[in-house]
Design a protein. Sequence first.
Length: 653
Amino acid sequence: MNRLHLEKSPYLLQHQHNPVDWYPWGKEAFAKAQLENKPIFLSIGYSTCYWCHVMEKDSFEHQDLAQVLNQNFISIKVDREERPDVDRIYMDAVSAMTGHGGWPMSVFLTPDQKPFYGGTFFWKATFIKLLEKVTELWTNDRASLVESAAKLCQYLQDISQEELQKVTPNDDAFRRAFRIFERSFDPDWGGFGKAPKFPAAQSIRLLLRIYQRGNSRRSLEIAEKTLESMARGGIYDQLGGGFHRYAVDEKWQVPHFEKMLYDNALLARAYTEAYLLTNKNAYKQISRQTLHYVQTKMTSPKGGFYSAEDAGDVGLEGQTYLWKWHELEANLSAEELKLAVEVFGASCEGNFEHNQNILLLPQGVLWEKSFSPEVSQLKEKLLTLRNKREQPHLDDKILTSWNGLMINALAYAGRIFNQQDFIDSASAAAKFAAEHLITASGLKRRFREGQVDFSATIDDYVYLIYGLLELFLATNHWPWLEVAEKLYQLQDENLWDVKNGGYFYEEHSENLVIRSKEYHDGAQPSANQIAIENSYRLFQITGKLAYLKRAEELIESISGLMVASPQAGASSLIAFDFLQCGGFYIKAPQATSAEIIADLNKALGLSGVVFKTNEATADFELCAKDSCLYKGQEIKELKQLVSLRNQYQAELI
């Protein structure tokens, strides 16, 4: 075994028996490279990455390739999910050098960690030639490589510190966002652009808000077409619930079969909001099934949520989820088989390679039929059969950031659907985070097998606060607010850029050649954008002016992106809409007009409540006018408003 056998990362442990003399990222590897004056080969991936497994079997398991690496390089293996701070730097470098990035990522560094060449996946024969060429250049033209690495790092540092254009966002930003989404929308199959198609949860949520603002009914049609097409396709697990990572085709039919916690958190939130806006049961069912999948398959006994399930073994991708016709014939009655054909499109020819079937809802099948009792019974039978197969590898590490997103989705759905078990799951995960991830030395990123490690990134702070605030709204349990405020203070102390504004992605470290910021939404929303909503929520709940000021500073920093690129700035536009229009809509059953609490977000809510400045603290306090009564009770404190609000169905969008 190599040094990776001492690590906790499932990805690193997958490589512990390779003949490659792997090091984990750290001082030992860097000191070795400096001492021997060798370049570093950095390989970055994650445990559920299918092509990472392929490269391992094709390259890293072979002695001849390992010999070249061991003789001429110091080889470092990094789990990108444990160390997104490392991954971000070298992904930016590879993208700058080649025009694209991905995993597995293969990067060559100087002994002081500066990149001079990189790429993604290489087949063994090509990879050996590349290693030989890099060795030749390092031996004969090292100065040029070192110079190129220094210039690339300077370029990456400059663009990471480049300030975005600052504009004043207004309603035009939402109209422009709609036009851009409409241009890239696929009217036949939903989604945006061509294959491969990724589920753009934040874009869908923004489209729902654009519709609610009264700007365009078409925005709702685009959002609904996309939500329905995804839920009907193979990207959605029709039997077990939950979404796969992306679809390789434009019809959402053939998924890349891995499942990620963060995707399912973001999509569950989007489907819940769609239900809230349209009252369509199908959206509610998809959200509930997705969250039930997380409760069933992705929840640890301690309450935290696991990270991901992979796509399957090399050469057998998706085998857990695929069906041969003879399997269906052998296990289903004639009526059940007929139903499988009618509802899921099963056939002898199949719809995937080797005559296999991906279960999905073909065009023409009524979506609601998939939730009928007879189809639900068929699903249960097929799922029972499927569970007897070998199951996908589960990455059981618990990541702070992704847990925050799932806490948010569960607490929100629990509140909207009045489903206590969702709120209980969110509470258990929050309790786990408070007990294990928030330590005396600060917030940590990863927990596995009793060990917590790695300093938190801005994603960890912001997403966990995002979850805790939603949980507070669902439970009215004030300690969750107190934990959120404590984390917010640490976030500001460790990551706020006092000179230029915005949050750095990571704490300063001597082992990182660049300290960067991230403002763009990607597969996960930008933490700087979600921080706007967190800040305003905290201001709304506590009345502290500092939170409102921070929200406004962040909006100013991101405003150019909000206007110019709504796909990359969707989360900030959602937050800006929240600031402008509010989010709480209270329904008091059988209430008279005098008893209705309307739109708490406007002037902090209740009619008759006004601001009063406390000169000693410069914070906002609340004071009540004579008319501020509720059922004879005088309202003087915000806690009373929150308590009253939570007596009713609080609807947030």
